[in-house]
Design a protein around this ligand. Structure first.
Ligand SMILES: CC(=O)SCCNC(=O)CCNC(=O)[C@H](O)C(C)(C)COP(=O)(O)OP(=O)(O)OC[C@H]1O[C@@H](n2cnc3c(N)ncnc32)[C@H](O)[C@@H]1OP(=O)(O)O
Ligand SMILES: CC(C)C(=O)C(=O)O
Ligand SMILES: [Mg+2]
Length: 556
């Protein structure tokens, strides 16, 4: 890249870091989650949500289990203001949910924010101003002290407005653009605000450290969080909060390492909607935790329904590869993955139903409302016998013998390859029925008659074209006798009859399914399947199907 000299690292490593958090292995309990979908998410939409849309989204967030929800920036627009008034006046905020509102550190905006909060039982009022070198120099053109003054004056006004307004208000401060701020200055400004607010056990303050723009690798952000956590005044009465964005694609890693480093709260959005590359995705964070056996305290048991409401209201799209929520994230097209998943599912059923360890699938898709059928194994030209057999078994109850799966697998792959398309389960089933089941051309089975109970001597009637023939055979059982009759009558030669069968429940009816493989004179195994209410007839039909497979192949 020609212009690489243009870029210098704009973040600040703390002067010291114990890196104690690196020895923690995983996050052992859910943080306080705060959804900022209705504020940070909403401000980034092409068309922000209208009142009804915001109300529906709010209801969904409550149902998911968020206890803190940043509902907007009331001073921003009429819709934002009215939304807050509607929530308060129509008493739509459950008692165990705290709403949060954002305000710049400017007098008229703070006053308007408190006006919007009249009648609220409780709320978090979130004050921010930018603190980074770039913002101080380029946007505000102010000294460090002047930037501290903006924060402190805002903090004082918040305190005053809260005292003048009925309700229970908690304060939050964000040094916006924290990741581009010298760490000692970030500490200084946060401590100055804390000195104004004087947090207590009864009224703790939230200090939110946003990766407004993510600028470093996640361990640097975590080290910054650790430093702040260890040096903030009133630490025991401060709730340390994270607000990662995803500019470097590391929002989730930033949040996870930040939690290890001492943060107790995370702000983010569903599916990572938000400014530019978005806010951190709370769905991924929560389900990552879940995959470690830790209850995230948010309910994503019907994630597809949540994704669909999200898409409808935001007009954004959950991409196919989006962790947990994407259409294809539990799907294997490729043969070896399908094979391992199918075997893993069987293993789980038979040996280890308590714990999830199925290869390639981080969590059980069913836990978040996905279906095995149609979601896990899908078939195209990269697929293999394991997956194709799995689809037939799961959806249609057809349990093909291993070698027949192989034969059918290659057949199906070729169809997909030639047609250059994915094959749906119905298409796979149709191919199976057409090519393998009860095949009656060129040789059609009509009936058989045995001279004895065991069928050692049997006469079988067949039709080829317009001609009906009877053929006689002897063997060590009925099927063997029929097989011998066919071989001598049709002038064929095959060996090694491979046979298996099982019952098949179709609606209220039970039928028998038989599979037969014959090794023909060309050395190849030809397969057939028979389905009939009578088990013997199903096996005879399977034999005829296999013989017809051979005949068709010989003709080709
Ligand atoms: C990282 C984030 O997500 S921060 C949140 C961003 N979200 C939004 O901005 C959405 C809602 N915002 C809005 O609707 C509007 O910006 C409003 C209503 C808040 C303010 O509107 P306006 O006053 O017309 O414009 P604008 O936001 O551009 O104001 C810029 C002025 O505010 C100052 N300013 C910006 N942020 C802050 C702040 N947090 N605290 C104090 N002053 C600030 C700027 O320095 C600038 O000052 P200047 O007038 O002396 O140049
Ligand atoms: C207002 C602040 C917290 C913000 O959204 C950000 O810095 O990204
Ligand atoms: Mg943000």
């Amino acid at each position: 890249m020609r212009n690489v000299e243009k870029y210098v690292r704009g973040y600040f490593m703390p002067p010291e870091t114990s890196l104690n958090w690196t020895r923690k292995e995983y996050i052992t309990e859910a943080p306080i989650w705060c959804s900022v979908d209705l504020r940070d998410g909403n401000q980034a939409l092409i068309v922000p949500m209208n009142l009804e849309e915001k109300l529906e989204y709010f209801k969904m967030l409550v149902e998911i289990g968020f206890k803190e929800i940043e509902v907007g920036f009331p001073a921003a627009s009429e819709t934002e203001f009215t939304f807050l008034r509607t929530l308060i006046e129509q008493e739509l905020i459950p008692d165990d949910v705290t709403i949060q509102v954002l305000t710049q550190s400017r007098e008229h905006i703070i006053r308007k924010t408190f006006e919007s909060l009249k009648g609220a039982k409780k709320a978090v009022v979130h004050l921010y101003n930018s603190t980074s070198v770039a913002q101080r120099e380029q946007v505000f053109r102010k000294s460090k002290q002047e930037i501290i003054d903006i924060a402190v004056n805002g903090a004082k006004l918040l305190k005053q407005c809260a005292e003048e307004t009925e309700g229970n208000f908690q304060f939050q401060y964000s040094p916006e653009s924290f990741t581009g701020t010298e760490i000692e200055f970030a500490l200084d400004i946060c401590n100055s605000v804390l000195d104004v607010w004087q947090p207590t056990a009864e009224n703790p303050v939230i200090i939110n450290l946003p990766a407004t723009v993510s600028m470093s690798m996640p361990h640097v952000y975590a080290s910054q969080i650790e430093y702040m956590s260890e040096h903030l005044n009133f630490r025991e009465h401060v709730i340390l909060s994270l607000h990662p964005h995803n500019d470097r694609g590391t929002g989730v890693a930033d949040a996870e390492l930040g939690m290890l480093a001492g943060a107790q709260r995370v702000e983010g959005t569903l599916f990572g909607n938000g400014e530019r590359t978005g806010n951190v995705d709370i769905v991924t964070l929560a389900l990552n935790m879940y995959s470690h056996g830790v209850d995230p305290k948010l309910n994503f048991e019907n994630l597809p329904a949540i994704a669909s409401v999200y898409e409808r209201l935001t007009k954004m799209r959950v991409s196919e590869r989006h962790p947990y929520g994407g259409e294809l994230v539990f799907t294997a097209f490729s043969g070896s993955h399908q094979d391992a998943i199918a075997k893993g599912m069987k293993w789980r059923e038979e040996k280890e139903p308590r714990h999830w360890s199925v290869p390639y699938l981080l969590i059980d898709p069913k836990d978040i409302g996905r279906e095995y059928e149609g979601d896990i194994i899908r078939i195209n030209s990269q697929s293999g016998k394991g997956g194709i057999g799995y689809v037939l078994q799961l959806k249609y109850g057809l349990d093909l013998p291993a070698k027949m799966r192989e034969n059918f697998g290659y057949f199906v792959k070729n169809v997909s390859d030639q047609q250059q398309k994915e094959l749906m389960p119905e298409e796979i089933y149709d191919i199976f029925m057409k090519e393998y089941v009860n095949i009656s051309t060129p040789v059609e089975f009509i009936k058989y008659r045995s001279a004895d109970d065991e069928g050692f001597q049997t006469v079988v009637t067949i039709r080829t074209g317009h001609e009906v023939k009877e053929m006689e055979g002897t063997g060590n059982g009925r099927l063997d006798a029929i097989s011998n009759a066919l071989q001598s009558g049709l002038g064929m030669n095959y060996t090694d009859l491979i046979y298996s069968e099982h019952a098949l429940e179709t609606g209220s009816k039970s039928q028998a399914v038989s599979y037969i493989g014959i090794t023909a004179s060309d050395g190849r195994i030809y397969w057939g399947c028979g389905i009939d209410v009578d088990i013997m007839t199903s096996s005879v039909k399977a034999l005829f199907s296999a013989v017809n497979q051979f005949n068709r192949s010989a003709r080709r």
